[in-house]
Design a protein around this ligand. Structure first.
Ligand code: HEM
Length: 419
């Protein structure tokens, strides 16, 4: 549909719906081709289905931000293509303004209030526990496995999740977000994995919420579950299903993204021998975290559906058409970022779209930023050198951009050796 009479021939357009592209291929090359030759590109997906892909920064930003033209209520992940999203209109992330804004305000307030400054000591302590001690000697471990627990260091206190449940919850969240990945997939296949992940997470939150209703905590003692239980939207409390659905969204929003920023960054810093360009310059902590977010772009895409016939960068899009905005591609768009394929911890300005754009801009962005600053500060303070000792393993997922195994060897700082 969209293919212009330019290279490459349509038969060799990259298949952006193929999870193998992200596990073993080169999605950056694929996105580059599309940005150059077909920035608004129709891809058939079988059974009469198909979707538009936008890969340029300007179009990605528009699709995410222009809620008057594009709805989130029919599902925002490519995995839901052609299926009804039962959470549409009930869960903040898949509800359009103006109802969305009324749902978001109290949560946003709570996230800001409880945001990292208030919790930073707790988060820092959690990070110190997560990162392996060196005891003055070299130490080998899987950085991805360590980082997998990072989101729950943050979300545990925010949602009041007991520490003993957190590893199980991380696993369930990954089953929901990366159901094609062999590491998380059940033997029964991706659909069954998704179904079991959803079912168990909802059952978990149903118990948690039931318990919380019996023993509500108000005011400063309250957490995000209490906010969801007491907030009013359009004059009514959220239904039990809506409370569960939003707990699920918070857990998923955080747990499948945050963990993947450090491994992608460390891999690139060690691959290019530029670890000290950042690690040795504390004044670059903030700009380096922004660059890490741009670089990793843990959420590869978000989807919308056109509300009406419209023009998208000169291409006619029909009402109801799905449009997938590739954030990972936008964040490597040379029209916006100088040397887009270079990790530059001093990059400024850095208006990356890793947290999205518009009304659904990540509600946890503040907390994610502070957590990443604490994490990288601790990582650089604790280890003098980090060496990648084996091949990384990339997630097989159209949504989650992650390295699920990254074997590293670390050398302690001298003062630690002396102790
Ligand atoms: C590096 C970490 C993170 C990244 C890259 C990320 C990315 C994103 C993106 C791109 C969106 C926009 C979705 C859309 O437009 O449809 C989003 C929304 C959201 N994120 Fe995050 N996120 C991160 C961390 C977190 C954390 C820590 C939390 C929870 C505390 C969180 C909770 C949410 C929620 C609830 C939404 C929906 C917001 C709304 O619909 O208004 N995220 N996130």
């Amino acid at each position: 549909m969209s293919a212009p009479p330019s290279l490459p021939p349509p038969s060799s357009w990259p298949d952006l719906a193929d999870p193998d592209l992200y596990a073993d291929g080169d999605p950056y090359a694929a996105w580059h081709t599309l940005r150059e030759h077909a920035p608004v590109h129709w891809q058939p997906a079988g059974d009469g289905l198909g979707f538009w892909s936008v890969t340029r920064y300007a179009d990605v930003e528009r699709v995410l931000a222009d809620h008057a033209s594009f709805t989130s209520e029919r599902g925002t992940l490519l995995g839901l293509l052609g299926r009804h999203d039962p959470a549409g209109g009930r869960q903040m992330a898949v509800t359009d303004p103006p109802r969305h804004d009324r749902m978001r305000a109290p949560l946003h307030r709570a996230l800001r209030l409880r945001s990292a400054e208030a919790h930073s000591e707790e988060i820092r302590a959690g990070i110190r526990e997560l990162l392996p001690e060196t005891d003055g000697a070299e130490r080998s471990f899987d950085l991805s496995a360590v980082c997998a627990q990072l989101p729950l260091v943050v979300l545990g206190p925010l949602l009041g999740l007991p520490a003993r449940d957190r590893p199980h919850l991380v696993r369930l969240a990954l089953m929901c977000a990366a159901e094609d990945d062999p590491e998380h997939q059940l033997p029964e296949g991706p659909e069954a994995t998704l179904e079991r992940g959803h079912r168990e997470l909802f059952a978990y939150f149903a118990d948690l919420v039931r318990d919380r209703r019996r023993r509500p905590r108000a005011g400063d003692g309250g957490d995000l579950v209490d906010v969801l239980l007491t907030m009013e939207v359009d004059g009514a409390r959220l239904t039990p299903g809506e409370v569960l659905s939003n707990c699920y969204s918070l857990l998923l929003g955080a747990s499948v993204t945050l963990a993947h920023v450090p491994p992608a960054t460390v891999l690139e810093l060690t691959r290019t021998g530029r670890h000290h360009d950042w690690a040795g310059r504390p004044e670059l902590l903030d700009s380096g975290v922004e660059e890490a977010l741009r670089w990793a772009s843990p959420a590869r895409h978000f989807m919308r559906h056109a509300r009406r016939p419209l023009d998208l960068a000169g291409v006619p899009v029909a009402a109801g058409d799905p449009v997938v905005a590739w954030l990972g591609s936008a964040n490597r768009d040379g029209a916006v970022f100088a040397r887009p394929d270079t990790f530059d911890p001093a990059r400024r300005p850095n208006r990356h779209l890793a947290f999205g754009a518009g009304p659904h801009y990540c509600a946890g962005a503040g907390i994610a930023r502070v957590t990443l600053r604490l994490f990288f500060a601790e990582l650089f303070a604790r280890y003098a050198e980090i060496e990648v000792t084996g091949p990384p393993r990339r997630a097989r997922s159209t949504f989650l951009s992650g390295i699920t195994r990254l074997p590293v060897r670390v050398r302690p700082r001298q003062k630690e050796v002396a102790r």
